[in-house]
Design a protein around this ligand. Structure first.
Ligand SMILES: Cc1cc2nc3c(=O)[nH]c(=O)nc-3n(C[C@H](O)[C@H](O)[C@H](O)COP(=O)(O)OP(=O)(O)OC[C@H]3O[C@@H](n4cnc5c(N)ncnc54)[C@H](O)[C@@H]3O)c2cc1C
Length: 193
């Protein structure tokens, strides 16, 4: 069991933040707020439309939307890169992101979690906020079905789908399970799990 220092008020606020417009709330984990979590530093020099500093602020936006003690920056960076990719296909989205970033306090990155949440709360009815939240909330497990918050817990059935699938799903479920089993064998042999 993972020790979870759950604060009811934080949990409620998190749930409100993560209420999605479509698809329901995917992440309902209520873990302690820890802001100094960045294990692996990521660089956004290679973004195609957004700048490196915009990428860093977006990273902190996604971390604020989904604060999680087990995720390093590389996971949050995926959401940032997805927003950059969307921006490269749609200039209007790039504009919306930039407008949203302008609305945040200049020192957003330096703020503690609660102040960041308050800043995001202020702009929670903007297109930017909804876009960032939608992009951040996408999966409870990685591409091998391993849950982000419990290192040795793998989801092998249809519930690893991050959205509703198209029928018929069984072959996809079985294929993912076989791929996952091979991955677990490799990880066990390597002593990684
Ligand atoms: C009538 C019907 C027709 C379908 N036709 C098709 C089709 O033609 N093609 C297609 O691709 N898909 C079809 N599907 C969908 C397909 O069956 C499911 O998507 C698929 O079986 C889901 O696989 P799963 O491993 O996620 O869950 P499941 O197949 O439901 O497996 C879950 C397993 O966990 C077991 N279990 C549950 N609780 C516990 C517990 N507490 N402890 C231990 N074991 C537990 C259950 O007994 C079950 O064996 C159909 C579904 C239905 C209902």
């Amino acid at each position: 069991m993972i020790e979870q220092d759950i604060d009811d008020a934080d949990c409620l606020r998190r749930r409100r933040f993560l209420q999605t417009v479509a698809g329901g709330t995917m992440f309902m984990t209520c873990l302690p707020l820890r802001t100094a979590l960045a294990g692996v530093q990521v660089s956004f020099d290679d973004l195609s439309v957004l700048g490196p500093s915009e990428g860093q602020i977006l990273l902190e936006v996604t971390r604020t939307l989904f604060p999680h003690s087990f995720l390093d920056d590389t996971i949050y960076a995926q959401a940032v890169r997805q927003m950059d990719s969307m921006s490269s296909k749609d200039a209007a989205q790039a504009d919306q992101i930039r407008v949203g970033l302008e609305l945040l306090p200049e020192n957003f990155i330096e703020l503690d979690q609660r102040r960041r949440e308050a800043a995001l709360d202020e702009i929670s009815d903007t297109v930017f906020f909804k876009l960032a939240r939608r992009t951040t909330i996408n999966a409870v497990c990685n591409s091998y079905g391993r849950t982000h918050d419990v290192p040795n817990l793998f989801i092998s059935d249809g519930s690893q789908f991050c959205s509703s699938g198209a029928a018929p799903p069984t072959l996809t479920i079985v294929t993912l399970a076989i791929r996952q089993a091979e991955h677990i064998v490799g990880q066990l042999k390597a002593g990684a799990i």
